[in-house]
Design a protein around this ligand. Structure first.
Ligand SMILES: Nc1ncnc2c1ncn2[C@@H]1O[C@H](COP(=O)(O)OP(=O)(O)OP(=O)(O)O)[C@@H](O)[C@H]1O
Ligand SMILES: [Mg+2]
Length: 391
């Protein structure tokens, strides 16, 4: 459901003390110091964010493994850091493992460390991230990027709570709380055999999904206020609210880069003292130039006219018609493939073309399966121009 935070418990290992979290009941709390602190660190009052914040405070106390999912820039690391902060381990380190940046051959030495002489170049003993996180928290960032053979090694450590550094003959016990984040569609990776089911269950004892910013637009104003204050203080400027026109357009824009993108825009606006930067940015972002019920990239009329004039000096109207038809065809195929989870048979049936024709079109239009769990363009089923019925 759009705009909802989803907190789930894996059927395998859950923890009875935290069971009531799964019932999604609002918890009665008096606004105490923790709530206030958390509100200033994680800005947002939209129902999914309020719910996530309640869960952070409760999960902090439970020591459960948590998998945090969401598009890039939605605040997964922020949530992970908050869970650590409100846990009894807060005084101990939170060690982040950037899985995406770890080549397979470095994975073991980074995570488990090595003894002096373990391999050529191992001049002295080096502790791994698990050892550094002992009695604290280990954050496995971008867990979807861990190569398949390494997933088995990680699972073993998580199951046994011990590991052996490279070149060592003894095992080291660990006591680290595990948090993981991903913007990949792990469900899809599981069905494609690219992610181990056992590791998925081990990591997703509790999972928190952070919805994209476009599904919690009511938080945009609050976030703007927060970032305007932050960057005004940083650059020694006076706090200046955004104009009503920009606020309206912020509300309509689809924010593919989520809160990170919003923060960057506000930072630049504050630094340059000029709101125009937002128009420049959205102009460059827009793949088609057509606003889609406030969901797609937003453009000013001026920008559309400018582009139309440029196009007409390059192509005839007939060429443009052909190009537009090709683009519409490509978009329709890409949307249907996305919503059928790249099930080509289902997609061909929906598009009323043969399976072979679909394969040919995918190749001809160079449509690629995105590794992220959202398409390049977002078209809501049931909306005008979308072939799919409402969900
Ligand atoms: N609700 C929020 N309140 C305040 N700042 C936020 C919020 N959500 C995200 N941010 C800010 O947006 C930026 C991106 O957040 P973060 O790094 O946690 O995102 P992410 O989901 O881990 O992104 P990625 O998948 O690209 O790693 C950070 O600067 C973070 O402080
Ligand atoms: Mg992150």
């Amino acid at each position: 459901m759009p705009g909802t935070a989803c907190v789930c418990f894996s059927r395998s290992n859950f923890y009875p003390d935290c069971l009531n979290l799964a019932m999604e009941k609002p918890i009665e709390r008096s606004p105490d110091r923790d709530d206030k602190e958390l509100d200033s660190a994680i800005v947002g009052q939209a129902p999914p964010m309020a719910q996530i914040k309640r869960h952070i405070l409760r999960l902090g106390k439970c020591d459960l493994t948590v998998l945090i999912t969401g598009e890039s820039g939605t605040g997964k690391e922020l949530v992970a850091r908050a869970i650590h902060k409100y846990s009894p381990r807060a005084q101990k380190p939170l060690i982040k493992v950037n899985s995406a940046a770890l080549p397979t051959d470095l994975f073991e030495s980074e995570l488990f460390g090595f003894e002096k002489g373990a391999f050529t170049g191992a001049f002295k003993k080096k502790p791994g991230k698990f050892e550094l996180a002992h009695s604290g928290t280990i954050l496995l960032d971008e867990i979807g990027e861990i190569h398949f053979p390494m997933q088995a090694k990680l699972l073993q450590v998580l199951e046994d709570n011990e590991f052996s550094p490279l070149g060592s003959t003894t095992n080291t016990r660990i006591d680290a709380r595990v948090l993981a984040t991903t913007n990949a569609n792990l469900g899809k990776m599981l069905s494609q055999g690219r992610f181990r089911l056992d590791l998925y269950y081990r990591l997703s004892v509790v999972s928190i999904h952070i919805p994209p910013l476009r599904e919690r637009r009511d938080d945009i104003d609050l976030l703007c206020h927060h970032f305007l204050r932050k960057y005004a203080a940083r650059y020694g400027r006076e706090y200046k609210p955004l104009s009503d026109q920009v606020r309206k357009q912020f509300y309509e824009y689809w924010w593919p880069g989520n809160v990170r993108e919003l923060e960057n825009v506000i930072q630049t606006i504050t630094a340059l003292g000029n709101e125009e930067i937002f128009y420049e940015k959205t102009r460059n972002h827009a793949p088609s130039g057509v606003p889609r019920n406030g969901r797609g990239p937003m453009m000013t009329t001026g920008a559309v006219t400018e582009i139309a004039a440029k196009l007409l000096t390059k192509y005839s109207l007939k060429d443009l018609r052909k190009k537009a038809a090709r683009k519409a065809e490509r978009d329709a195929i890409a949307d249907v493939l996305y919503y059928t989870d790249w099930n080509r048979k289902k997609a061909a049936a929906l598009l009323k073309i043969s399976y072979r024709t679909l394969l040919y079109k995918i190749k001809e239009c160079a449509i690629e399966e995105s590794k992220h769990n959202y398409p390049e363009r977002v078209v809501e089923p049931g909306s005008p121009g979308c072939l799919l019925p409402s969900r």
